[in-house]
Design a binder for this molecule. Structure first.
Ligand SMILES: Cc1cc2nc3c(=O)[nH]c(=O)nc-3n(C[C@H](O)[C@H](O)[C@H](O)COP(=O)(O)O)c2cc1C
Length: 448
């Protein structure tokens, strides 16, 4: 499903807002997107640019489900299916993204948003980069891009990720195609980190058909349905990149990062520019959701995993809730260890049972309140490799960040404080007693 088709579906579902008056990409548009609660929105007029802007398109799970044409509950299964069974995309000769080919590159024509006054400048925030690793093949990944001038960006390459390792293998620079205005399947695939050598464009295509076209000036293939494609190369030159708001809603540091030079822009005749709010719901969801199947697979090796959720309060990156059907006394502990292996950036993991609604923070807290004894239900692992995004971790340039990790087993404890096993009846006594459902429509409600 292309972005166009998805926008039509959003419109028919009454989920797409339209702003008709001109809005300035410099500091105004991001504030409006935020004030709208990141609901899907189309800005008809971006001041200083001929491109309309769309934003907030994947800010909620039900929107992503709509974008993939599935039910919300089917998201984790769909991601697992794509990860385990990628489908090679079809190649096409004529593509919407190449209706216009322009080698007179002028990046100032694009409505690139400056999100906050503390930012290092205008940033492309929803750009998906395609590169080719000389040994591992194609890689698809998000990279924020700071516009330096009319032909150049600074690109943030997180060390050890696909684009960074490919760039390190290319002493003369690495070809890159940056796609802006992508279907939800492409956005999700770009945020996945499958086994090295897996073609993430085939993951996107497994989620929803995403045919490819050859680029005009670089030896790369891009989704034919993209709105805008910037072709160029990542040079060996490095410049200051940042500050920029990151996932944890704290400002990321200024670092020396590579320069990207753009030599050609291809786009649809009436192309849309796509933006997303750094540190916002969409950033978090796209970042975290693709890790849920990886954690699920790891936990499932050891116990009966129901589902996994990376919670927005943890930046959808640092905190996971793992829901299991407990079959053995130590399943909770095994699940937390497996979860930390399944997502090495995870810092805190909470394991709960299948009677808890994991989407309700109050229920999660209730399960901690009623099932946890800190001396036996918690494990602390000091000095572990952690996320570069955690401001409280120990960061040494060029080294993996270090952090303490915590697992909380909030499943029903099978072992009593004195050491003996609880009977099934005793375990069931931990379950919440719920009031039966009644439809209030049958009662006459009166307000004084
Ligand atoms: C909205 C968004 C923005 C991101 N920005 C960056 C970035 O600027 N640099 C980076 O290296 N990774 C960034 N990421 C993370 C990568 O896209 C993600 O980790 C991806 O899985 C890396 O895949 P790879 O390991 O196959 O390269 C971002 C992710 C999202 C969802």
């Amino acid at each position: 499903m292309s972005l166009r088709r998805y926008l039509r579906d959003l419109e028919s579902a009454g989920r797409l807002l339209t702003v008709v008056r001109p809005v300035d990409p410099h500091l105004e548009m991001a504030t409006v997107i935020h004030a709208l609660g990141e609901q899907p929105v189309r800005f008809e007029h971006a001041t200083g640019s001929g491109y309309p802007v769309v934003a907030g398109l994947c800010s909620r799970r039900d929107l992503l489900a709509l974008g993939l044409g599935i039910a919300r509950e089917g998201l984790l299964a769909a991601l697992r299916q794509a990860l385990h069974h990628p489908v090679a995309p079809e190649m096409v000769a004529d593509a919407p993204c190449q209706e216009v080919v322009d080698e007179r590159v002028c990046l100032s024509h694009l409505p690139i948003l400056t999100h906050l006054s503390a930012d290092g400048g205008p940033y492309v925030s929803a750009g998906v980069a395609v590169v080719k690793d000389p040994e591992l093949g194609r890689n698809l990944s998000f990279h924020r891009l700071l516009r330096l001038d009319d032909r150049r960006f600074a690109i943030r390459l997180v060390e050890g990720r696909g684009t960074h390792t490919a760039w390190q293998k290319a002493p003369g620079g690495l070809e890159i195609a940056i796609c802006i205005g992508n279907a939800p399947a492409v956005l999700l695939a770009a945020a996945m980190s499958p086994a090295p050598g897996t073609d993430e464009l085939a993951l996107a295509n497994a989620l929803a058909p995403a045919p490819l076209v050859k680029c005009r000036t670089v030896d790369l293939e891009v989704p034919a349905d993209a709105e805008i494609v910037l072709e160029g190369h990542i040079t060996r030159e490095c410049v200051d990149e940042g500050p920029f708001l990151d996932l944890t809603e704290t400002m990321d540091l200024v670092r020396q990062q590579p320069v990207v030079e753009i030599q050609c822009i291809t786009h649809r005749r009436d192309a849309l520019y796509q933006a997303l709010l750094p540190g916002g719901l969409e950033h978090k969801l796209l970042m975290g959701m693709p890790r849920e199947p990886t954690i699920y697979d790891q936990v499932s090796r050891l116990c009966d995993c129901v589902t996994v959720l990376l919670t927005p309060g943890g930046g959808s990156w640092l905190h996971a809730v793992v829901q299991i059907r407990k079959r053995h006394a130590d399943d909770g502990r095994r699940a937390m260890e497996a979860a930390l292996q399944g997502h090495p950036s995870l810092k805190h993991v909470l394991v709960v049972e299948d009677d808890i609604n994991i989407y309700d923070p109050a229920e999660l807290e209730w399960s901690i309140a009623t099932r946890v004894q800190a001396d036996t239900s918690m494990v602390v692992w000091p000095d572990q490799g952690g996320s570069s995004l955690d401001p409280s971790a120990l960061h040494v340039p060029g080294q993996k960040s270090r952090t303490a990790k915590v697992g909380i087993d909030a499943t029903i404890p099978w072992i009593k404080p004195a050491g003996e096993l609880r009977t099934e009846a005793e375990r069931n006594a931990f379950r919440r007693t719920r009031y039966p459902f009644v439809s209030v429509n049958q009662y006459v409600l009166k307000k004084d």
